[in-house]
Design a protein around this ligand. Structure first.
Ligand code: XMP
Length: 475
């Protein structure tokens, strides 16, 4: 018997002829139940309430006020009873419950959703029109914790320490005495896999780090140093810089560039892996959102916006068994696992960096000279963000090299120099993003540093486009 049931949200409407429905037997199991958005509507419908269809969608932030002592909504009882405590919630629905099922009362309302939260205290059934699982709902974590811990009496055993113990045990059983190869990218996911594997199977693991010449300033050296010196994991560093630049010569089309970088990476990795004898497993830093996205792709005919590639895209021709220990974890869980395993904070909380690296941040042809310029600019921008405590306030920040030159004046002379654009975005899921309103004084300071210190740059611009319609990367 489950300790509780959560009926999640979804894009469907209960007003269509046969909406996706749980078995009505769940309502007589004597098990606590939480319905969220569509989950609340289907619960209300099945239990005798009424749901109305609406063409008008409520989408975005709203304020809800709990009606009376509603500790489960995340406010302390006394505060809630002393005065109505409003809190922010994220709404995303068209339909709404307009008549409560027998036994239910209203627990909270918003301007557009009088039944924003409903409860049947005797049966321990709860319904939320808003989404407690998204960060914009301020009380979301407390609401979910209350339901799971106080109502369902679940124990809080999903901790980094337990997850690490379980994963290490699973890896040991699966791999036994076999050898494993892992491609390190410098990002958090492959780093966590490396440390887990190292703790589980020691030097049966070989890590390969391919330097493609498209990394940020000092990045290759930092990755190798972090792993070899701080964590004690041996890393085979492959210097493939010349080869990548050779193959990228003359390529300007963004998709073509991505394909070249992806192909060369696979060839280099494969050559290196072939040097290690008796390898049986290929470990990858696949995380749960990657699985959701690729499952979606199998069924959808969605247009290819960009062909993504990273170390996860290795081909089956390697003939290795796949080991994906993080495949059930979300990014925040991977990060706390990383901290638990002793991976340095700056690596764990590093902004994401695309597999094709600076290659997709040089608009036009990728040359060594352009990459060197971009690297210096990028380094100044990131260093200043950190120095001004802004790095953790943005989800991703970087510079882009533009394929144009612009006129300027240096002293009494005419100058004709390169142009870069700075980009900083805020996002939760990287599917949509807003450009970051960085302080003008900060941008001015960064621009001055770049123009003073990188002599071939004559102009700095700031990208104020959101996604959509722009994407985060320029290519
Ligand atoms: P876009 O540009 O599609 O980026 O809005 C969304 C997020 O994905 C990252 N990105 C990549 N990551 N391989 C990767 O591993 C890639 O080819 C790739 N392209 C984009 C991008 O940096 C942002 O975080």
């Amino acid at each position: 018997m489950p300790s509780g049931i959560i009926l999640s949200g979804g894009p469907e409407t209960v007003t269509e002829s046969s909406p996706p429905s749980p078995d009505v037997g769940i309502y007589t199991l004597d098990v606590p139940l939480l319905g969220i958005c569509y989950g609340m509507q289907i619960m209300a419908d099945q239990l005798g309430g009424e749901v109305s269809i609406s063409n008008k969608r409520e989408f975005g932030l709203a304020k809800v006020s709990p009606h009376h002592d509603q500790e489960w909504l995340g406010e302390s009882t006394s505060a809630a009873s002393a005065k109505k405590v409003e809190f922010d919630v994220w709404m995303s629905h068209s339909d709404k419950v307009i008549e409560l099922p027998p036994g239910f009362t209203i627990a909270a309302s918003s301007v557009n959703a009088p039944m924003a939260a409903i409860i049947d205290i005797d049966r321990r059934f709860f319904g939320l029109q808003f989404h407690p699982e998204v960060t914009q709902t301020s009380n979301g974590p407390r609401i979910l914790e209350f339901f799971l811990v106080q109502v369902c009496k679940c124990s809080q055993s999903w901790t980094s320490s337990n997850v690490a113990k379980d994963l290490i045990e699973i890896i040991r059983q699966k791999v036994a005495g076999d050898k494993v190869v892992l491609g390190l990218s410098g990002g958090v996911d492959s780093a966590v896999v490396a440390v887990l594997l190292h703790q589980a199977i020691g030097d049966q693991l070989t890590c390969i780090f391919v330097d493609n010449g498209l990394l940020r300033l000092n990045e290759g050296a930092e990755v190798v140093e972090t792993f070899q010196k701080n964590i004690g994991i041996e890393v085979r560093q492959v210097n493939a810089v010349e080869r990548f630049f050779r193959e990228l010569s003359g390529v300007t089309d963004p998709e073509e560039k991505r394909k070249v970088i992806g192909r060369v990476f696979i060839e280099v990795f494969q050559d290196e892996a072939n040097k290690i004898r008796d390898i049986k497993w290929l470990a990858q830093g696949t995380i749960y959102p990657d699985i959701i996205e690729s499952a979606g792709n199998v069924h959808s005919s969605a247009q290819v916006i960009k062909s993504h590639h990273n170390v996860g895209g290795l081909p089956s021709s390697l003939n290795l068994k796949l080991l994906e220990p993080l495949s059930k974890l979300f990014k925040d869980e991977v990060r706390s696992l990383g901290r638990h395993l002793g991976i340095p904070k700056q690596l764990v909380y590093r902004h994401p960096f695309p597999g094709p690296g600076l290659g997709v941040r040089i608009v036009g042809e990728v040359t060594k000279e352009n990459v060197d310029i971009l690297r210096k600019v990028d380094h100044i921008f990131l260093t200043e963000l950190k120095r001004h405590n802004l790095y953790d306030e943005v989800s991703q920040a970087f510079a882009v090299f533009l394929p144009i030159k612009s006129v300027g004046v240096v002293g009494d002379n005419r100058a004709y120099n390169h142009v870069v654009s700075l980009r900083a975005v805020e996002t939760i899921d990287f599917m949509t993003a807003d450009w970051k309103k960085l302080p003008y004084e900060f941008l001015s300071h960064v621009s001055t540093r770049i123009i003073n210190e990188v002599s071939s740059i004559g102009r700095v611009t700031y990208d104020i486009s959101s996604k959509p319609p722009a994407t985060i990367e320029w290519e």
